[in-house]
Write a protein that binds this ligand. Structure first.
Ligand SMILES: Nc1ncnc2c1ncn2[C@@H]1O[C@H](COP(=O)(O)OP(=O)(O)O)[C@@H](O)[C@H]1O
Ligand SMILES: [Mg+2]
Length: 396
């Protein structure tokens, strides 16, 4: 057998979804087959410091106040230098200590939202020439921006809600009145959303102008840009579809998560023995929407992933009107919670098999990139050295 691959699982980060990321990462580390991989946990704390150490694989260890106090945990760095694709851990004590360099074969980012799912970390991997799981810089950045997602999908003829506005925090502070006029044109109810966050943080359904202003203020505190869009009214359900692949992409079984209101009602009903019973009621799998709609949504999921040039995996969330059978792409998560493992289980794909496939796809993508030449001898330096840079400028 080939030697084991060093898999750097990177999680946490400076994101409001920091804690969700720790949970997903612990599921991923548990799923990675120990016969094939050495798991190297790399945790980015809320303050942006990077840590590694064997105890970072266990969810229960994250209840500690200061992660640096966890036994065996050391501060580490990932260099963007293409000659050192791995982590560098400086010595913690002693005059003659050396940096410890741990080469990584593949990075497995498991971060939701900013500084991880948005293309920023993916840019570091590109610089470091390190294979990595999941979407690249562009797809990550598009999916992270709810307005850019609409623009790109619309250009590809994919269904999105297109009565919306988005504006910067600065514009809101300067032109509150004009923006509220435009919100009224969209009509109520409307949804106010921070442009780039997830996990429903800062999201509100608003019924009037005053509520809109209040929630835009809140959203503008959480993000630099805010989106306001029409709400789907009437009998609406949400349908989520995960996809897997690079160029050949397939869709998972669909889920129908219960709506927030349904969830609450259910919670009250079963208050006595809450969590155990509620868990299975968080979603219905497969989504009970009939074969024809299921097929259409799966196709739209794959097309959405291709439109943003996705790679590896994503979960695409749809809004479906039960009244008109119309559906719209609501958002794309390039690093979905639990990596949507539960949507692959009905396809006979275990979390371990999903991780194997994601690493395989990361390796394939990286070896494909090797066919690109980055070195180009222009002869420019020699020319500039003899003629002087000034002479060249006029020609360029
Ligand atoms: N336009 C809309 N009409 C109706 N419901 C919506 C609309 N937009 C969002 N929602 C509801 O709000 C939830 C959170 O919005 P979403 O855009 O998915 O934000 P997040 O990125 O935080 O998950 C959705 O799951 C859905 O229930
Ligand atoms: Mg969502």
């Amino acid at each position: 057998m080939d030697r084991k691959l060093n898999v750097g699982v990177i999680f946490g980060s400076r994101s409001v979804e920091h804690d969700v990321s720790i949970v997903t990462a612990s599921q991923v580390m548990k799923a990675l087959n120990p016969a094939k991989y050495n798991v190297i946990p790399i945790y980015i704390a809320r303050n942006g410091l990077w840590y590694t150490g064997p105890n970072l694989t266990q969810l229960k260890n994250f209840t500690i106040d200061n992660i640096a106090d966890l036994a065996g945990t050391k501060e580490t760095h990932l260099s963007p230098n293409a000659n050192y694709p791995g982590i560098i851990t400086p010595p913690t004590a002693g005059l003659f200590g050396k940096n410890d360099f741990k080469a990584l074969d593949v990075a497995f980012p498991v971060i939701h939202g900013t500084h991880g799912e948005d293309g920023t970390l993916q840019g570091v991997f590109e610089m470091a020439n390190l294979p990595y799981v999941g979407a690249g810089v562009l797809a990550s950045a598009i999916a992270n921006d709810k307005a850019m997602t609409k623009t790109v999908l619309k250009a590809h003829g994919l269904p999105v809600l297109d009565k919306y506005i988005h504006f910067t925090r600065r514009e809101w502070l300067a032109n509150r009145h004009q923006i509220l006029e435009k919100v009224e044109e969209i009509g109520f109810p409307a949804f106010v959303k921070p442009l780039t966050l997830g996990s429903s943080i800062g999201i509100a359904r608003v019924e009037d102008r005053d509520k809109a202003a209040l929630h835009i203020d809140i959203a503008a505190n959480l993000d630099r840009q805010v989106l306001v869009e029409q709400a789907v009214v009437g009998n609406m359900v949400e349908i989520n579809c995960a996809v897997l692949g690079n160029e050949e992409v397939r869709a998972s079984t669909l889920e129908q998560p219960v709506t927030y209101e349904e969830y609450l009602t259910f919670g009250q009903k079963y208050m006595g023995n809450a969590s155990a019973g509620m868990k299975s009621q968080e979603r219905v799998i497969p989504a009970p929407i009939g074969d024809e709609l299921t097929q259409k949504i799966k196709e739209a999921g794959v097309a959405t992933f291709k439109a943003i040039r996705g790679r590896g995996t994503a979960r695409i969330d749809f809004l479906l009107s039960k009244d008109t059978q119309q559906f719209w792409v609501n958002e794309i998560n390039t690093l979905p919670g639990s990596l949507a493992f539960y949507l692959w289980e009905p396809e006979d794909l275990s979390p371990t098999a999903v991780c194997d496939e994601l690493i395989q796809l990361a390796m394939e993508e990286h070896s494909e990139k090797r066919h690109t030449t980055y070195d180009y001898k222009s002869g420019l330096i020699e020319l500039a050295a003899t003629r002087g840079a000034k002479g060249l400028k006029a020609k360029a």
